[in-house]
Design a protein around this ligand. Structure first.
Ligand code: V0V
Ligand code: CO
Length: 153
């Protein structure tokens, strides 16, 4: 967290994978992002463990690239339900692609960052994910995403 300690001490961020938006009405949010903003739906998935129905979108000209992830709560136990109830719809998390989510976690943990899971969990398109607590990162929930190897997901 303090001074830069060299590449071996970094979590291996290789891109900005997606920006997660908490939405109350998924269909309305998809319409806004496709019909008004002109983005393309790249993927849709129900993640019961995370308690979300999610839709991934990005601009048509740049390929999948960095995506917008629309997230609706599956039920009242979902972290999304709590977020929407407490803060309303809006920016929910920033997801960095990392080379290896276990290594990223192992680098961040001893620096005092709280990782939400002891072991990576299943994310979108067969990815492996973990989260850094927003109270340790300036108020932004950070997701670490290890994308599935190409051809999977
Ligand atoms: C809560 N807080 C946030 C926040 N959620 N701050 C920034 N961004 C967020 N998303 C703040 C909240 O305002 C409180 O601050 C404090 O943290 C504690 O809030 P809380 O309501 O008591 O929330 P907790 O502690 O019950 O839960 C917060 C965490 C929870 C982050 C621990 O949401 C969680 O486990 N999230 C990880 C899983 C998740 O979000 N899944 C959905 C995305 P004050 O008011 O006390 O100052 S799934 C996904 O992205 C997938 C599948 C994918 O990409 O593949
Ligand atoms: Co996400």
């Amino acid at each position: 967290m303090s001074s830069w300690a060299g590449p071996e001490a970094l979590p291996g961020v290789i891109g900005l994978d997606h920006i997660g938006l908490a939405v109350a009405d998924l269909d309305a949010a998809v319409r806004l992002h496709t019909e008004v903003l002109g983005l393309v739906v790249r993927h849709r998935e129900t993640n019961a463990e995370q308690g979300v129905e999610e839709v991934m979108l990005s601009p048509v000209t740049v390929g999948p690239g960095t995506q917008v992830q629309l997230l609706a709560a599956l039920d009242e136990h979902s972290p999304l339900h709590r977020f929407l109830a407490r803060r309303g719809p809006g920016l929910h998390h920033l997801a960095y692609a990392v080379r290896d989510v276990r290594i990223a976690s192992d680098v961040l943990l001893p620096q005092g960052f709280r990782l939400l899971y002891d072991a990576p969990r299943a994310g979108t398109r067969g990815s492996l994910i973990n989260f850094v607590h927003p109270k340790d990162t300036g108020g932004v929930l950070i997701e670490l995403v290890e994308p599935a190897a190409q051809g999977q997901g």
